[in-house]
Design a protein around this ligand. Structure first.
Ligand code: NAP
Length: 492
């Protein structure tokens, strides 16, 4: 159970040292029933580990631990919480080789990308360590002059944190970081496909001195059965969820019962717009980053690539060349740039979306056919002339498929880009300052990448509008999601 004793080069050794039990009240324990579930390698389909499969009773034990720890944790000095987060940050970086190997084994992304995610995940701890020291308030005169207002911020209370499989570590630290900084305890539920990274993070938090009961981790296969009673118990005061819009809507309804605070980081359908005055080298590099990070399995992935007609052919040719040159294979192999997709269902969806688009007239410039054999691989694919009414223009592709749609005018492309229920991120490539600002302001999304293909940064407020979510994570506002504002009126 101690990743410190391996060097991240031997999968068997790393797996043998990885925690697989529930973390409740500072101790590792099996599910009360003894049940486990298998975690498998998407590159081979082979089983990697058996992990504790929590029941609703185990979930309740974890929430009771979080509730029990809340009062004392809220009273810790900000500097103590700063120290815990900074120690966790340092340990994440110290153990990056092992953690990256573990992540690649269970999630599939190439080792270099896993290392990148661990470093990104660690940055949330460093960022929120400082935020713990900056929780502020106010002092104000009542307009009539006969009273004073003291404005204080207090931790929301015990939180439920639910995370997806695509960024198994960073989506956790983006919530756990501000929760600890604010003085909130939590129960974390990672996705069933990738529990090992979160459990390894649990071991780091214990080693970093996070008190027992402050972060509890529950792994399970029956997410709804375990989490719904916790949401409806009224004992937790907040739910922070990252995952699909469909599940987010179900959880919002459940949260209404006891009026829980919610943060929702949901799905996306990002438009990526290339105007004919853009630097095409930058636009192709931006599209590669926005499309291929995480094999396209990112909420921020460029889902619809709109290219102005005069440069559409040239851009498509260059993108197809770059995509076709990528090396596909198991993420643990040297030089591999594209790993497998997460599972059979994830790949089947990509296959269906490509078939739907080509049936409607889209043309394949590269890729387009899933290989035979073990693992859930799919080749980097570029489709051109994708009709606006095809499924891939409306749904998250979540795979390495670039779908190119030509356009003529600025008004036309802004209308098309906004014609979606989602509103997480948009990308715009143009050389014109006025157009850049005009279009960035007109796009209905919480974030815009202007001549850049990556927007994620722990110091920036990440989040969506419309059906992409509620609230922001990261930035100066990320901690506010875990704080209540209390006003104390004082008669003078
Ligand atoms: P998902 O199916 O919605 O699952 C996300 C998490 O919710 C998992 O831990 C899952 O557990 C849990 N869950 C599922 N049903 C639940 C229920 N009824 N009650 C409580 N928990 C439940 O999404 P995913 O396939 O893992 O992740 C991909 C999605 O996440 C995409 O839509 C992507 O865009 C989105 N995402 C958004 C952001 C963002 O910041 N906006 C970031 C990353 C990903 P199980 O694994 O056990 O089912």
């Amino acid at each position: 159970m101690d990743l410190r004793s391996t060097d991240g080069t031997d999968p068997a050794r790393t797996l043998a040292h990885a925690p697989t039990e529930l973390l409740i009240d500072g101790a590792w324990s099996p599910a009360a029933s003894g049940a486990t579930f298998p975690v498998s390698d998407p590159a081979t389909g082979q089983q990697l580990a058996l992990v504790a499969d929590a029941s609703p009773a185990d979930g309740r034990r974890a929430l009771d631990a979080a509730v029990g720890a809340q009062h004392a944790f809220a009273a810790t000095a900000p500097r103590e919480r700063y120290d815990m987060l900074m120690r966790s940050y340092e340990l994440l970086l110290e153990r990056i080789d092992d953690l990256a190997l573990l992540m690649t084994l269970e999630m599939g992304k190439p080792l270099g990308e896993s290392r990148g995610e661990i470093a990104y995940a660690a940055e949330f701890f460093r960022h929120f360590a400082s935020e713990a020291l900056r929780i502020d308030g106010g002092y104000q005169q009542a307009p009539a002059g006969n009273a004073r207002f003291l404005i204080a911020k207090q931790p929301v209370g015990p939180c439920l944190l639910i995370t997806p499989w695509n960024f198994p570590m960073a989506m956790g630290t983006r919530k756990i970081g501000p929760a600890i900084a604010a003085g909130c305890t939590s129960v974390v539920k990672p996705a069933h496909q990738t529990p090992l990274s979160m459990l390894a993070l649990g071991a780091i938090l214990l080693d970093a001195g996070v008190p027992r009961g402050v972060v509890n981790i529950v792994t399970c296969t029956a997410a709804g059965d375990v989490m719904e009673p916790l949401i409806r118990s009224g004992l937790a005061r907040k739910l922070s969820f990252t995952g699909s819009t469909a599940v987010g809507k179900v959880l919002l309804e459940q949260c209404a019962d006891k009026v829980l605070r919610t943060s929702m980081e949901l799905g996306g359908n990002a438009p990526f717009i290339v105007f004919d005055d853009a630097d095409l080298d930058e636009a192709v590099a931006g599209a590669m980053a926005a499309k291929m990070r995480n094999m396209g399995e990112a909420c921020t992935a460029a889902n619809r690539i709109y290219v102005q007609r005069p440069v559409a052919e040239e851009f498509s040719r260059r993108l197809a060349e770059a995509m076709g040159a990528l090396r596909v294979g198991p993420g643990t192999e040297d030089g591999v740039q594209v790993g497998p997709l997460i599972d059979a269902a994830g790949r089947a969806k990509v296959v269906q979306l490509v078939a739907d688009a080509t049936d409607r007239g889209a043309r394949v410039l590269t890729g387009g056919t899933a290989p035979d054999g073990a693992g859930f691989f799919y080749p980097p694919t570029v489709l051109v002339d994708v009709p606006g009414d095809s499924r891939m223009a409306r749904e998250e592709i979540f795979g390495p498929v670039a779908s190119i749609i030509p356009f003529d005018t600025e008004d036309e492309v802004v209308a098309a880009a906004n014609d979606t229920a989602y509103g997480l991120v948009s990308y715009v490539f143009t050389g014109g300052l006025r157009r850049a600002l005009r279009v960035a302001e007109a796009l209905e999304s919480g974030m815009v990448g202007l001549n850049q293909g990556v927007v994620s940064n722990p110091a920036a407020p990440f989040g969506g509008i419309k059906e992409s979510g509620l609230g922001r994570e990261g930035g100066a506002v990320g901690i506010d999601e875990f704080l209540e504002v209390k006003y104390i009126g004082i008669s003078v």
